[in-house]
Design a binder for this molecule. Structure first.
Ligand code: ACM
Length: 516
């Protein structure tokens, strides 16, 4: 017998905790009124914003409206993000203990509506039906995210707004924006305009993976304004998505060094914004002026991004320059460190302290051989066991294991795949098999990552992200690891992706990528 959740309209992704079909259907039309209780206004605004442009339905407020959105703090067991949804022929009741839960419930309503309601193309649908259903839903993990690297290839904020909306549809709640790297600096900092003026542009890009000898001869660049980022944060907040900014130190900083040579280990040396891929040997110097510079940068980051967490990078920091630098050797000795390599953890510790003193929580990539302060939430990416090890040490952990969550690896071994980061294939099933450490209060969740060395366009971003991010969204939301069930629901869900114009099944032309 077909299970109820496989009726086309119940092909919800991620799967709700409890779903039972009920008889009848609720008809939404020009007479439908919303009853919005105190605290439910943001959810009502979100729902109206989704419905009115494609359908013309306005869903005005009325105290006796049949479609009720209610925040009820006495509801037990729903936490911050859970919700209950009852749809019957005479009414709809969406309830949550917290406003955030209602925002998640609005996404379920959106998924229950006819697929074409999701389409950007306006069409006057005079009435819409929701299937009768009873849903009680809560997420498994509190951190359900996606990282997008806008440093290697810049994307305009208009695209980031769409990207956030796709995250929200899948009940993901963190957009991790990788804003700075060797190849580009996208974060505006009023005190240091050269960071974006100089660091925001590179002369050309390597063609093919790290070590290639070919370059494309095409300048690339871009940076955000403060107003654009503030607007993005507000857009995301209306959808219950937090924007986690990442400004990385002390490695992956060549764009900053191009703008400010005084931050480097040889202030006389002039470097360009890096045009290569791979791990850059140039890292920050360890003078007080460098720490002060990045404290100022982080103050601006924390001003623009109200997220409780701030990512300070910390990955892939070669120490060769420090080993040759008299100033770095003297710093290591003065700080009582065993040697210049320990400057990596020391530097991160100073920067993390600054973030903690500002009342935020620093996040850093876990790195082999570098002990991070316990204040740091760590993103573990190298080996699956790193997540367990970091949690045992006492860190909060976000799982970002590269073999299951890096979407810059190819989706399959097929000839249609665009050039991708070599060495590993991450297919849909691999993502669905994501092995998360047991849920404890230290394991916050997981996220997908898209590094964009070879990814220049929104179409390419979405081809690599979907449907793999659907599988990740499912694993962090629902405890079952039921591949056949997920796969059947995904077949229906793909109609939503199509209506939204997500090119999940159209590989971008090979010329877009790193043709080798
Ligand atoms: C990373 O992939 N360098 C975190």
């Amino acid at each position: 017998m077909e299970r109820p959740s496989h009726r086309p309209e119940f092909t919800l992704v991620p799967r709700p905790r409890k779903l039972s079909p009920r008889p009848g259907r609720f008809r939404l039309d020009a007479r439908t009124r919303l009853r919005v209780t105190p605290g439910a206004e943001p959810a009502a605004a979100l729902l109206r914003g989704y419905l009115e442009p494609p359908t013309g339905l306005r869903l005005e407020h009325s105290d006796d409206g049949a479609f009720v959105l209610a925040v009820d703090p006495t509801l037990a067991g729903l936490g911050e993000e859970g919700y209950g949804l009852t749809v019957g022929p005479h009414g709809v009741l969406l309830r949550a203990a917290r406003p955030l839960g209602l925002l998640r419930g609005v996404q379920t309503v959106r998924q229950l509506l006819p697929y074409e309601t999701l389409s950007a193309a306006p069409r006057r649908l005079t009435s819409l039906e929701l299937p009768g259903v009873e849903i009680t839903d809560v997420p498994l993990y509190p951190w359900r995210g996606a990282m997008l690297d806008v440093a290697r290839h810049f994307q305009p904020v208009s695209y980031l707004r769409r990207y956030v909306d796709l995250l929200a549809l899948h009940k993901l709640n963190v957009l991790h924006l990788h804003l700075t790297d060797d190849q580009g600096w996208r974060m505006p900092v009023a005190a240091y305009p050269r960071l974006t003026e100089v660091g925001g542009r590179r002369a050309e890009s390597m063609v093919g993976p790290a070590g290639s000898t070919r370059f494309d001869g095409r300048p690339h660049g871009g940076a955000y304004t403060r107003a654009e980022l503030t607007g993005l944060v507000a857009h995301a907040a209306r959808r219950g998505v937090t924007v986690l900014p990442e400004v990385g130190v002390p490695g992956h900083v060549r764009a900053a060094l191009a703008a400010h040579p005084e931050l480097g280990n040889d202030p006389e040396r002039r470097l360009d914004v890096w045009t290569h891929w791979g791990v850059c040997p140039n890292v920050l110097g360890v003078g007080d002026h460098v720490l002060d510079f990045f404290r100022t940068v982080l103050d601006e980051v924390m001003d623009v991004f109200p997220a409780p967490y701030v990512h300070v990078g910390g990955d892939e920091c070669p120490t060769d320059e420090w080993e040759r630098s008299p100033a770095a050797l003297a710093r290591a000795a003065r700080e009582g460190l065993p040697g210049p390599r320990a400057l990596h953890g020391w530097f991160l510790g100073r920067i993390a302290d600054h973030v903690v003193r500002a009342g935020r929580r620093p996040v850093a990539w876990a790195e082999n051989g570098t002990e991070l302060p316990l204040d740091c939430t760590v993103m573990t990416w190298r080996e699956p066991g790193d997540a367990w090890a970091a949690a045992r040490r006492g860190h909060q952990v976000v799982h970002a294991d590269h073999r299951t969550t890096y979407f810059d690896y190819a989706r399959s071994t097929g000839p249609q795949e665009p050039p991708a980061q070599p060495g590993v294939v991450v297919d849909l099933r691999t993502v669905h098999q994501l092995d998360l450490p047991p849920l404890t209060d230290r394991v916050l969740g997981a996220q997908g990552q898209l590094w964009t060395e070879f990814v220049t366009t929104p179409e390419h971003i979405e081809y690599l992200t979907y449907p793999r991010l659907c599988a990740l969204a499912e694993r962090v939301w629902h405890p079952a690891r039921d591949w056949p069930d997920f796969h059947r629901r995904l077949t229906g869900h793909q109609a939503r992706l199509r209506a939204l114009g997500v090119p999940y099944d159209s590989p971008p032309g090979r010329s877009l990528g790193a043709a080798g």
